[in-house]
Design a protein around this ligand. Structure first.
Ligand code: UD1
Ligand code: MG
Length: 427
């Protein structure tokens, strides 16, 4: 089978975002728009992905989280055709080339997979996705002949008033035969209203050279929604949120108020877990079965076991065991390993620490340093453990605090004596 490679255009400035940050790095549910597009391209079978960068190129390259991506530089933005020319070395004559924009994060893998299938079974030189929309202002229009066959794409700025009446538009998603794409790029010119090299002109050039070009009308216009402003970013986020939330509800998770629940696309949630309103679940967070999360909680890159109650609290890059209860108002900072059936009370802060099974931590306790607390301990309210606030000598060093199993810390105490790793702090 022919190889599929993807080029993602992301060199434009995106001035309407009014932002210091490049447009394609703006995030929807904690993931950049361009990262969504890269994942989708890979998901539909693209073996290699090249992102064309230009405006703030280094920042875009550094901001992309996906791995194994190659980049092409378009130093000056002279149009979409010019952008693809800059990725010339990446275009493989014997491959199919998928071309996508970095600012259309809602495109799905299923749609692209179908597109690749049509392109291949029908033996097209180019397959472009079109869409019929109410207000086509600004888009390129699809011109068809009397028999409905594809003729060419006319950009809005170059279109006559009659052409502007056409409501079938170019979504900007294409699959090209690599060889024909290369040949047509060589023939492009910039004789148009914008003085740009239009990728859309390649389609007409390929048709004239005897190729088979087809515009496939997409059903779900949402998928091709391009983000140009913060208002559109919010609209796209709403659609994405709806999709993700629906998927979880369909697989057995209760979202009490889906409109007010924000779940990242990589988050996993077990059956019969209930998410109360106002939760933000992001990154590689994994939640087990029968948990109750929220209201108003944030979990970032955190793993929860089964039957956890996590109430009005925050946890970052940590692990929390089965049937543990957290909060309200607890703050679990990075690198905590909290065991099974632990009780983390209200206003507790824990950082870089391990807490054994069955331990109870009362209100207002602060646990820091590299503290290990054993199993079935009882820490009464207001204790400070593993901290070295007054002892500057430990500044920047790890201070270990190791509390054995079944220790009871009854009164208000500050345990700040640092010991060696593995040594036990006596109380
Ligand atoms: C393009 C299409 C238009 C289509 C519309 C769909 C062309 C000529 N027109 O128009 O038919 O209806 O998309 O949204 O292709 N980019 C670069 N380098 C450049 C110019 C653009 O990388 O020199 C990137 C942008 O960052 C963006 C994408 O290409 O991700 C599209 O560019 P944009 O200027 O938005 O094209 P449109 O005018 O919207
Ligand atoms: Mg655009």
């Amino acid at each position: 089978m022919r190889q599929l490679k993807a080029i993602i255009l992301a060199a434009g400035e995106g001035s309407r975002m009014k932002s210091k940050k490049p447009k394609v790095l703006h995030e929807i549910l904690n993931k950049s728009m361009v990262d969504y597009v890269i994942e989708t391209a890979k998901g539909c079978g693209a073996e290699e992905v090249c992102v064309v960068v230009g405006h703030k190129a280094e920042e875009v390259k550094a901001g992309i989280r996906a791995e194994g991506i190659s980049f092409a530089l378009q130093a000056e933005q002279k149009g979409t055709g010019h952008a693809v020319m800059m990725a010339g070395d990446f275009i493989d004559e014997s491959s199919d080339m998928l071309i996508l924009y970095g600012d259309t994060p809602l495109i799905t893998g299923e749609t692209l997979t179908k597109l690749v299938e049509v392109h291949r079974t029908e033996g097209h030189s180019v397959t472009v996705v079109s869409s019929k929309i109410e207000d086509p202002t600004g888009y390129g229009r699809i011109m068809r002949d009397d028999h409905g066959g594809f003729e060419r794409i006319v950009e809005h700025k170059d279109a006559t008033d009659t052409q502007r009446m056409i409501n079938e538009i170019n979504t900007g998603i294409y699959i090209f035969n690599g060889r024909e794409l290369k040949e047509s790029l060589g023939k492009l010119n910039n004789n148009n209203a914008q003085g740009e090299y239009y990728l859309t002109d390649c389609l007409e050039l390929i048709l004239k050279a005897g190729g088979k070009v087809e515009a496939v009308v997409a059903k779900d216009a949402d998928e091709f929604f391009g983000v140009n402003s913060r208002v559109q970013l919010a609209e796209a986020a709403k659609i994405m949120k709806h999709r993700i939330n629906r998927k979880h509800m369909e697989s057995g998770v209760t979202l009490v108020d889906p409109e007010n629940t924000y779940i990242g696309s990589d988050v996993k949630i077990g059956m019969d877990t209930v998410i109360l309103p106002g939760c933000v679940l992001e990154g590689n967070t994994e939640i087990g079965e029968d948990c109750e999360i929220g209201p108003n909680s944030r979990l970032t890159d955190t793993k929860l076991g089964n039957g956890v109650k996590f109430q009005t609290s925050t946890a970052i890059e940590s692990e929390i065991g089965n049937e543990t209860t957290v909060g309200p108002f607890a703050y679990i900072r990075p690198n905590c390993h909290i065991g099974n059936r632990v009780k983390v009370g209200d206003f507790v802060e824990v950082k870089n620490s391990t807490i054994g099974d069955g331990t109870k931590i009362g209100a207002n306790v602060v646990i820091g340093g590299w503290t290990t607390i054993g199993k079935r301990c009882e820490i009464y309210p207001n204790a400070s453990i593993g901290l070295e606030p007054q002892d500057l000598k430990f500044k920047g060093e790890k201070s270990y605090c190791n509390i054995g199993d079944e220790t009871v810390i009854r009164e208000f105490v500050t345990i700040s004596r640092a010991t060696g790793e593995g040594e036990e702090t006596r109380v």
